[in-house]
Write a protein that binds this ligand. Sequence first.
Ligand SMILES: NC(=O)c1ccc[n+]([C@@H]2O[C@H](COP(=O)([O-])OP(=O)(O)OC[C@H]3O[C@@H](n4cnc5c(N)ncnc54)[C@H](OP(=O)(O)O)[C@@H]3O)[C@@H](O)[C@H]2O)c1
Length: 328
Amino acid sequence: MYQPREGRYQKARYNRAGRSGLMLPQVSLGLWHNFAARSDYDNCKKMLTYAFDHGITHFDLANNYGPPPGSAETVFGKILKDLLAPYRDELIISTKAGFDMWEGPYGDWGSKKYLVASLDQSLARMGLDYVDIFYHHRPDPETPIEETLDALKLLMRQGKALYVAISNYRKADTEKALQYARDIHLPILCNQLEYSLLSRPDFEDQQQLLTREGMGAVAYAPLAGGLLTDRYRNGIPQDSRIRTDGRFLKEADVTESLLKKLAKLDSIARERGQKLSQLSLAWVMAQAGITTALIGASRVEQIEEALEAAENRRFSAEELERIEQAMR
Ligand SMILES: NC(=O)c1ccc[n+]([C@@H]2O[C@H](COP(=O)([O-])OP(=O)(O)OC[C@H]3O[C@@H](n4cnc5c(N)ncnc54)[C@H](OP(=O)(O)O)[C@@H]3O)[C@@H](O)[C@H]2O)c1
């Protein structure tokens, strides 16, 4: 039987998501990759229990994570049932709908029909009565935002989601959503946005808006899927994401220009006593307004390194300037 580590909350840090009552860990773990049907189940269990044993309380999923779509939720549901179910009240589990999930006109985007059906499916796959956070995964240019937000409110009222949130909404989309959310008294917990040294505008454009409106910011892919680590500095390893699941991350992303930037970042990292991955992650955590850095991992050691990075996330003005120069 799994027995979580005593003292798991002693070192961990938590940040409030905007002006809500919800605290999220400094580092959260996402199951987009490496929790698929074909993934090594023992490794999945090890990563989740290691994370929980070290104060990572938040696990992020989406209806379509896999492959095949839905399988990450199924794997997570099995691990919950086998190990983590007694600790459900210590966990923040999120899922999303908004991308292509099933055939026909009702399995994509932002209609009430899709969101309500999709959350029911997600709950069934994970064996849960409710999720803690339910996200609309991307803005839908065709469906009225009123309909999408009404659907989120309905799911909250039904108790299937404790909090609702948005993801990949650009500044104008967020403003529009907030306008209607105010009318219907719907608190939107946070916006989940890509944010790393290689991907900055979506968050930086709306950072002030999110803070002013009391919304949290979840920074996803802070290591740019592994590009901002040592992973690809000496070729493309066989066990890396590019080789094992190159749907989104490609060999062509490892450019000469990127490698030069990484070399400069690496020397700053060494002076700080960190690895390149840790500097990249610490830089994200150091930005004002970030509630949590949402990482991915293929092995326990990567989670360990991320937690270590959280301990040294202060930068001097000179270091920040050198990082800016390195990225130019
Ligand atoms: N809302 C959205 O639209 C959206 C989109 C994307 C992601 N997300 C969320 O964000 C989560 C994280 O995304 P991500 O996995 O792309 O994040 P990431 O943290 O940028 O990348 C994780 C990958 O980097 C590599 N890595 C991690 N630590 C490392 C280390 N110490 N040294 C070397 N390599 C290391 C691993 O790749 P290897 O497999 O090669 O070891 C790992 O799988 C997802 O699971 C999901 O929950 C949300």
